[in-house]
Design a protein around this ligand. Sequence first.
Ligand SMILES: O=C(O)C1=C[C@@H](OP(=O)(O)O)[C@@H](O)[C@H](O)C1
Ligand SMILES: C=C(OP(=O)(O)O)C(=O)O
Length: 430
Amino acid sequence: MGNLKLQTVGKHLRGTLTMPGDKSISHRAVMLGSIASGDTHIKNLLDSQDVNSTITAMSNLGVTFDRDGDDLIVHGKSLDMLIEPTQMLNMENSGTSARLLMGLLAKQPFTLTFRGDSSLSKRPFGRVIKPLMAMGVSFVTKNDRLPITKLATKHLKGITYELPVASAQVKSAIILAALQADSTTTIIEPIATRDHTERMLASFGVQLERDNNRIIVAPQTKLTATNIQVPGDISSAAYWLVAALLVPDSELTLQQVGINPTRTGIINILSRMGASFDLDKAKTTSEPMANIRVQSQELHGTTVTATDVPTMIDEMPLVVLAATQAQGDTLITGASELHVKESDRIATVTTQLNKLGAHIEAKEDGFYVHGGTPLHVTEPTTVDSCGDHRVGMMLTIAALITEGDVSLARADAVNISYPQFFEDLNEVLS
Ligand SMILES: O=C(O)C1=C[C@@H](OP(=O)(O)O)[C@@H](O)[C@H](O)C1
Ligand SMILES: C=C(OP(=O)(O)O)C(=O)O
């Protein structure tokens, strides 16, 4: 794909969009459906490159899938019926696939090699292989980076493990391995992270125990197939929340958005910046949902600290964009995890938004954002997604409030989490 010319100032955003399925929940639905007894029917599964990495990996292990209209049917196999793949498991760009599958497949009695694309091969895996090694798994790796080979494993033992980084991927990998261990595992989570694995296990008949910030996992490998409705992805809705707030004279309604409290940091931070939203809550399933209505509003600066970060980690590029338009400055700390996402998001967000006239200072663990900065370019300017879907989509929203001529390089990165992003944009531009 060549550079994509972006819409800049002059249009409004109006209308209603239904959000594609949540990426985190989609991965988990495919993984747990794959090891449950019976057929799991999944509605509103996200159809994107990252989720396809999980489906392909499970297919390589012998799981079969069918379509029923837009639904995916997973024909579950129990963990001891998976077959040795004839090739490496290619996780492509997906950290969630790689880290969760290392836990799910920890006890397979054959060697498995995980590989990824150039971005994923730079991201750290020590955080997940270290606790799995303590449980008895052996890995072969250079510098804790992909490719990583997991050796055949006979037994897993329960551990007590305090998470050194607030990571739902690491927590989930340990939970999935712990179900297969000979004894109980306790995971201590100093800062709460998204709890989709815990909730979805309950839907498959497996209850975990929670005691404040401890998760206690007793061995249990019998999962029963179920029907899953994947809520819309709040991380995708976040582009439209921020766009409607910043583009004058806009009003958008986003339908079926997942509002699990471990994911709604973006709503909380924008509210703290002065925004208000109308939430029309749906009847609750295991993952709560709402339709959200939002209009253009004035924002003011705020402070974001470590405890806020996990509930909005993937929305941070948008918080930075919103902060450039707020009255007053915004200080974001406790966000050093952004260095190890699909790109170094502290560097890429700062460099690319500053090309549009923003005034952002990159910090070791966050940003200092100067508010009230009109975005403009004096000559045609190309911003770059840097191969990172979230950076590409945030820059597209930034262009909507930029005076001048802006193009986006590597726009196809959106296919990782939100393939209909540009179609949805065209639908609401007026
Ligand atoms: O568990 C998950 O589905 C995810 C957890 C987060 O990663 P970390 O666990 O690395 O924080 C998040 O950034 C990622 O997009 C999805
Ligand atoms: C960090 C992300 O995903 P993953 O870690 O699964 O690649 C993301 O979607 O922003």
